[in-house]
Design a protein around this ligand. Structure first.
Ligand SMILES: O=C[C@H](O)[C@H](O)COP(=O)(O)O
Ligand SMILES: C=C(OP(=O)(O)O)C(=O)O
Length: 354
């Protein structure tokens, strides 16, 4: 029997395309010492916030997805200024999401489909993602991203300071293994059903060493043995039965973490099912979170805001060439002025409370 017998192998594989190794991509788009320092220092600060040593609030702020390099740079410049302005109370990390998990089908993000047209030039997507991360982090602004494909982190994770495992993958063994070996603090979203238990289980799992198959920096298939992760945290994003950012939800989350003997650190995602995916409601979620913190709820260590240059979202299905500048092509985002106002108001209230 021939191992390439087409009657039995790869029946649903149309073609395969070789990809450069992580090491080669990093040689083309290298870290500078200054960028490496920003990543190292921001990971240290984020860890201190999550573990409660640094009392500031962490804010992961930025587009639902990155689809245009110019917009990403424009947005990052604005965010860097705002981050500096609020830095005494809020530590800002830009949300730089290149991979989109879909409920069914849809555009899957810049790495998988950088031309937004179903041509799936992943080799170019990886280059573009690395280039955009270099653009952003070189401004001194740290980046946070969702880790979805288990191979992708080898290509970009040296430029990422905070990571999320999304609601659709928190229950997956592959993602728990992956998280146990990541170099940056990692948050687990509750499941799309609203279940916190599966995220708590994920945190327990990722804290332990894991062994799994992946690739090394040369692109060779290898067995990765991890140490387990020490800065896992829980992200409340709401669920099918509604939001979960209210006082009693946060207290419930804290109780579950305590019972499981886990780090009592919670982030609140102001978007997704906490806002019913309506951007106008993100402000309301943030206001409630800040209220809770001001009244002494110190288990909340971070928030996530989906924000872009202009508010709302647009459909990409018609023609990628006719997209409007600075508007999300996935979930609705708050616009820039609203973002400034939300963060400035939050800072003012946090400052008054201390
Ligand atoms: O954050 C983005 C979306 O909520 C996520 O990718 C799922 O999107 P979908 O339900 O439109 O597929
Ligand atoms: C997909 C996302 O969120 P969730 O996993 O909570 O749906 C996201 O943050 O882009």
């Amino acid at each position: 029997m021939n191992e390439n017998d087409q009657r039995i192998n790869d029946l649903h594989i149309r073609s395969t395309v070789p990809l450069i190794s992580p090491k080669e991509l990093k040689r083309e788009y290298p870290l500078t010492p200054a960028i490496a320092n920003t990543v190292i220092e921001s990971r240290r600060i984020i860890k201190n916030i999550i573990t409660g040593k640094d009392k500031r609030l962490l804010a992961i702020v930025g587009p639902c997805s990155i689809h245009d390099r110019n917009v990403a740079i424009d947005y990052a410049k604005r965010l860097k200024e705002l981050a500096d302005e609020v830095s005494d109370s809020i530590y800002v990390v830009m949300r730089v999401y290149f991979e989109k998990p879909r409920t069914t089908i849809g555009w899957r993000g810049l790495i998988v489909d950088p031309y937004l047209d179903g041509s799936y030039d992943i080799a170019y997507g990886l280059k573009l993602a690395r280039q955009i991360l270099l653009d952003i982090v070189s401004m001194g602004l740290p980046a946070g991203s969702e880790m979805l494909d288990p191979i992708v982190p080898q290509y970009i994770d040296d430029l990422v300071s905070w990571a999320a495992i999304g609601a659709r993958t928190t229950e997956s063994q592959t993602h728990r293994n992956l998280a146990s070996g990541l170099s940056m603090p990692v948050g687990f979203k509750n499941g799309t059903s609203g279940s916190l238990e599966l995220a708590v289980n994920a945190m327990q799992s990722a804290e332990h060493p894991a062994s799994f198959i992946g690739i090394d920096q040369d692109g060779n298939t290898c067995i990765l043995h991890t140490t387990g992760h020490d800065v896992c945290h829980l992200i409340l994003r709401g669920g099918r039965s509604g939001p979960n950012y209210h006082e009693e939800d946060v207290e419930h989350a804290q109780r579950l973490l305590e019972e499981a003997g886990l780090l009592q650190a919670v982030f609140v995602d102001c978007s997704h099912a906490n806002s019913g995916k309506r951007q106008v409601r993100q402000r309301r979620v943030l206001r409630s979170v800040i209220d809770q913190i001001v009244r002494g709820q110190d288990v909340i260590r971070g928030v996530m805001i989906e924000s872009n240059i202009d508010e709302g979202c647009q459909d990409i299905s018609d023609s990628p060439d006719e997209l409007k500048y600075g508007i999300s092509i996935t979930d609705e985002c708050v616009g820039w002025e609203e973002t400034e106002d939300m963060l400035r108001t939050a800072r003012k209230r946090l400052k008054e409370a201390h």
